[in-house]
Design a protein around this ligand. Structure first.
Ligand SMILES: [Zn+2]
Length: 285
């Protein structure tokens, strides 16, 4: 009697599991963090779409998505909802909830003598605005071929000379938080694509970011490479993960050879070192 009861329990367990899809995340979500989301057990022909809190996000036909939380995303409960539209008309919703804590960022106080602060210059300000807008135009891209299936990799190895999220206070005035990481490396060091993607911007000699590349990895996931000495790819090129795209330099507003590497997930500023795959790279001395 007991035996048959256990047997029935097993049958029940397997029958409910068969065909039921589940959600899997590559790691914990946090402020300024991105993760890969996989829908496991997606039925062939089913269409999946997601929502992170109220914001919709796309999912590939084989059930893959990148989701990210901005460096200043409000702490509290975050909900991931995935809706599956099965070919037989059946709809299913999968939910994951998690609590997001507040992350502490460094503060950097910088003092410059008044004479060192550049006086206002209208022509230069207009040029900076134009260049910033061309970068933002790429950030707004949502569609396109997906290049993040294999996760992400660090584009350069070197010493971290600037951390993500640090708040810069210049002569007492708060500036925008640092939205990337700085990796110091000798001029001419190879810079490799963090993931496969489309070269959506190759901007020459931008006032702030110098020679600037932006790769679009699909679904609104972008990576930015600034202060390059040279760019080896052109807008419209498709690059593979690890392909050399340029050389480390100190062009634009920069005090020494380094790569500023920034990443966004549909406008959310995420720490490049908290992209799925990057955290598994060998430690950098
Ligand atoms: Zn930087």
């Amino acid at each position: 009697m007991i035996r048959s009861g256990i047997f029935l329990l097993f049958l029940y367990f397997f029958s409910t599991q068969a065909g039921a899809a589940t959600l899997e995340l590559s790691g914990p979500l946090d402020q300024g963090t991105a993760v890969l989301l996989r829908v496991i057990g997606l039925s062939p022909g089913a269409k999946a779409s997601g929502k992170l809190n109220a914001s919709p996000f796309p999912i590939t036909p084989d059930g893959l998505a990148v989701i990210g939380l901005d460096m200043e995303a409000p702490p509290g409960l975050v909900t991931i909802d995935v809706t599956l539209a099965n070919p037989d008309g059946r709809r299913e919703t999968l939910r994951k909830e998690m609590a997001i804590a507040k992350r502490n960022y460094q503060e950097e106080r910088i003092s410059l003598p008044e004479g060192k602060v550049t006086p206002p210059n209208k022509a230069l300000e207009e040029r900076i605005q134009r260049e910033t807008e061309s970068i933002k135009a790429v950030y707004r891209l949502r569609d396109g071929q997906v290049g993040f299936q294999n996760g992400f990799r660090q584009p350069v190895t070197g010493r971290f000379s600037g951390v993500f999220g640090s708040r810069r206070i210049l002569n007492g005035k708060p500036k925008n938080p640092h939205n990337g990481v700085d990796i110091a490396a000798p001029k001419g060091t190879l810079v490799q694509a963090t993931a496969a993607g489309l070269v959506a911007l190759a901007g020459a000699n931008y006032v702030l970011t110098g020679n600037t590349l932006v790769l679009h990895h699909g679904h609104g996931v972008v990576s930015l490479y600034a202060h390059l000495d040279q760019m080896l790819v052109a807008e419209g090129d498709w690059v593979t993960q690890g392909q050399t795209i340029g050389y480390v330099g100190t062009t634009g507003r920069s005090t020494g050879p380094h790569l500023h590497w920034g990443t966004l997930v549909r406008g959310q500023r995420v720490d490049p070192l908290r992209l799925p795959g990057v955290e598994n790279n060998a430690p950098i001395p």
